[in-house]
Design a protein around this ligand. Sequence first.
Ligand code: PGA
Length: 248
Amino acid sequence: MTDLRKREPFLVVGNWKMNGSRRALDTFQSEMKSVETHGVTIALCLPAALISAGVKAFEGSDMGIGGQNCHSEQAGAFTGEISAEMLADVGADYVIVGHSERREFFSESDLDVARKGAAAHKAGLTTVLCVGETHSQRAAGNHVETVLSQLKASLPKSATRENTVVAYEPVWAIGSGESASLAQIEEMHSAISEFLRDRSCSLVLLYGGSVKPDTAKAIAGVNAVDGFLVGGASLKAADFGKIIRSVQ
Ligand code: PGA
């Protein structure tokens, strides 16, 4: 366990996935006004259709706004896609790349993720690069190897501490209500830190996968956990606020 106060600001990023509406965003924004960030850096990754509204709603506040995906090209004939430049143009600061739902449901490879990350860096965005093993990979004892190989292949050369955050999200813990154990999180975060250290790279490491108000404090105390990527519990300002308060 580490003393939270000795570290740089803890980063809490919300991921609304394909949820929300203008009305939900307005309610969320007005409820978040009573949440003091007290040195915690916060951001909200919204569905593309809500990004402009999110930027406007949180203008002048501590809330960073992000997308959940981007294309690797700047522009062109890619119907339905959004480029990193477009996200930056409407005022986003962050973009999630390589979320396991993108990898699984949209067949994104590590190489795709690396290209998206490089494009996002070029556009001036901070990437939240997700990695994580499935249940069967863990059951086979291959979890560390799997995650490190994903990281190696999906981390673009342009990654620096300023523009890249890594989120370890065990696929089996996402949306399940059951986060990884503290020992499992510590094992993976130490392995990732060591892997990055060997490459003279030091990045902020988030944990994601069923982070809830009642578990956040304990997870935040795990060595090398510098923040959270929060899905379900970021949809309600009351829960998101409790998570932020619990790491202060
Ligand atoms: P969850 O989602 O907090 O609902 O498990 C996390 C994520 O998918 O980023």
